[in-house]
Ligand binder design. Structure first.
Ligand SMILES: NC(=O)C1=CN([C@@H]2O[C@H](COP(=O)(O)OP(=O)(O)OC[C@H]3O[C@@H](n4cnc5c(N)ncnc54)[C@H](O)[C@@H]3O)[C@@H](O)[C@H]2O)C=CC1
Ligand SMILES: O=C(O)CCC(=O)C(=O)O
Length: 526
């Protein structure tokens, strides 16, 4: 039974699939103190939150059983992602479900700013009739500067264009072609700052975007500019904004988010030009249902070991590439596991080479799988999420190579492992009708199915060696299912690969090591 702990209010309709699942127990506890959260998370296999719960490194460390953290929304700044990654916990979000709601909220802020609607409302319900004070401006023919043309920025641009605004957009990942398709003018940040009548930010809060709109930016803006932040507090420097309003540079500001939330009585609220909402961008019935459905589904997939798509701490793989790589995944992990079991000494370097058709694709997901296979031999609790992190943490150098040569195969995966005492290279291929095969161990050609119990014997090619090995296995009641011998020169170094029917007992390994012609015996379990 999987235990899913939900610590922020989520739409009941959205989490219905969790409530209905027979293999899931849902525990809903909101408004927990930090101490209560540390206690509750101990038994949870998954934690589901919105933006309120602070999922700190301490919470993650307390969640010894955690496999997944789901964020019902986009921003994951309330979750310590590096801490989750290092513990192999998948963090998933729901990036699409609240896009339209947040774009609509931003647009509502834009109109409210232009026409002083909140100020006019407050004055009117207080019994005043102050028509002169609240004269606004039209959006028609004005320039809207959008910083961050992702999902929300793009949706917003469509609404602005419908109101006949000119849209300037700055986003480092925006291409000219995409800008044209969306109908916006691609611009630099400087151009957005200097030419816009309204500026709105739609980026995540990162090192680069913190105080992106700062004192210097305000100084370069048009007089009477209006600014909006419905993304994250801190992208606009609040002190610099206050100064710019005081100087008369900024005619209005609309804020849905704050550097500290809740902001209490923020000094900016003393300016009549500032309008505010309490982080309401995604607060619609539709958005909350969408994000809860999306994230609950993702968490269910993770807990059940099924494919999922919106992991924040795993690179996303296009569906088409996923399809192409799927047949190679099991083999990749087995090859990694085989290579690490066959290697001797402390792991220092893993070099993965892809050749043939594989060399034409993005094989990074396979390298990650191979690394998991390799590291699982040395470390416990390795998974696809933390494998690269654990390798880096332990100083293991990981290199991926693409080679065009095929050596008679349509593709090959070669894993070379270097340790402090030696090296080994395992090469595998997926053979038509036969499935995965190890086709080379170091320089020896073999044909070994990477499955079950194997014995790798490195020996000297001498008459009788194979017979003596067979006899010792028989003496220990270990049956040989298949056997391969590889050598380069007559009487030189050689290998035997034996597929045996049961796990190899320690006593058998010791007996084999007594034979003069044997250099090394390794039991491999796949
Ligand atoms: N107020 C609210 O309730 C909500 C707020 N948000 C916030 O809105 C943000 C944007 O959401 P989406 O559009 O869904 O995300 P997104 O990931 O689709 O778009 C973000 C865009 O910002 C761009 N970007 C990143 N760094 C940049 C930089 N230095 N300068 C300019 N552009 C940069 C990215 O290239 C990307 O295109 C989220 O990160 C979240 O923090 C999201 C949903 C609701
Ligand atoms: O209403 C919420 O949960 C916050 C939404 C949000 O800020 C986000 O999705 O990034």
């Amino acid at each position: 039974m999987h235990r899913v702990l939900i610590t922020d209010p989520l739409s009941n309709h959205g989490i219905e699939q969790l409530l209905q699942a027979e293999d899931v127990e849902v525990i809903q506890k909101t408004d927990l103190t930090p101490e209560q959260l540390l206690e509750e998370v101990k038994e949870a296999d998954a934690l589901l939150v919105r933006s309120q719960t602070q999922v700190t490194a301490e919470v993650i460390a307390a969640g010894k059983r955690l496999q997944a953290i789901g964020r019902a929304g986009v921003g994951v700044d309330n979750i310590d992602i590096p801490a989750a990654t290092s513990r192999g916990i998948v963090v998933v979000n729901a990036p699409d479900g609240n896009t339209v709601s947040t774009a609509e909220h931003t647009f509502a802020m834009l109109i409210s700013l232009a026409r002083n609607i909140p100020q006019g409302y407050r004055s009117t319900v207080q019994g005043e009739w102050n028509r002169k004070q609240f004269v606004g401006v039209e959006l028609n023919k004005k320039t809207l500067g959008i910083v961050g043309l992702g999902r929300i920025g793009t949706e917003l641009s469509k609404r602005a264009r419908a109101f006949h605004m000119k849209v300037l957009a700055f986003d480092p990942y925006l291409t000219q072609e995409r800008a044209q398709k969306i109908g916006v003018t691609q611009a630099t940040l400087d151009e957005v700052i200097a030419q816009s009548d309204f500026i709105t930010v739609h980026t995540p809060l990162t090192k680069e975007t913190r105080h992106l709109i700062n004192r210097d930016a305000f100084n370069r803006m048009k007089d009477g500019v209006r600014v909006i932040n419905c993304a994250r507090g801190g992208i606009i420097d609040e002190e610099a904004l206050a100064e710019a309003i005081r100087k008369g540079k900024v005619a209005g500001a609309a804020l849905d988010v704050f550097e500290t939330e809740p902001p209490g009585h923020h000094p900016l609220f003393d300016f009549p030009q500032v309008i505010a909402t309490p982080h309401l961008g995604a607060s619609t019935r539709e958005a909350q249902e969408n994000v809860a459905i999306d994230v609950a589904g993702e968490v269910l997939h993770i807990l059940r070991g099924e494919p999922f798509k919106n992991a924040v701490n795993l690179p996303s793989i296009p569906a088409e590439l996923q399809e192409k790589l799927r047949p190679y995944q099991t083999m990749a992990e087995k090859l990694g596991s085989f290579a690490s079991q066959a290697a001797e000494g402390a792991l220092q370097e893993v070099t993965v080479s892809f050749s043939g058709e594989l060399a034409e694709w993005d094989t990074a997901p396979l390298t990650r799988i191979i690394l998991k296979g390799v590291l699982s031999h040395y470390l416990s609790d390795v998974n696809y999420v933390n494998a690269p992190h654990l390798a880096k943490e332990r100083g293991v150098k990981v290199t991926e190579q693409k080679i065009s040569k095929r050596h008679g195969f349509t593709h090959l995966i070669r894993i070379h492992i270097a340790t402090d005492t030696g090296e080994i290279a395992i090469t595998g291929a997926l053979l038509n009708g036969l499935g995965p095969r190890i086709v080379r161990i170091d320089e020896y050609s073999v044909d070994v199915e990477p499955a079950g119990h194997q014995l790798l014997i490195q020996h000297h090619d001498r008459p009788g060696a194979i017979g003596r090995v067979g006899t010792i296995l028989g003496d220990h009641d270990v049956n040989i299912a298949a056997m391969q011998v590889g050598r380069r020169d007559i009487g030189g170094r050689a290998i035997m690969m034996l597929h045996v029917d049961k796990a190899v007992p320690e006593a058998l390994l010791e007996a084999l090591e007594q034979l003069d012609e044997i250099h090394r015996v390794t039991a491999i379990d796949l």
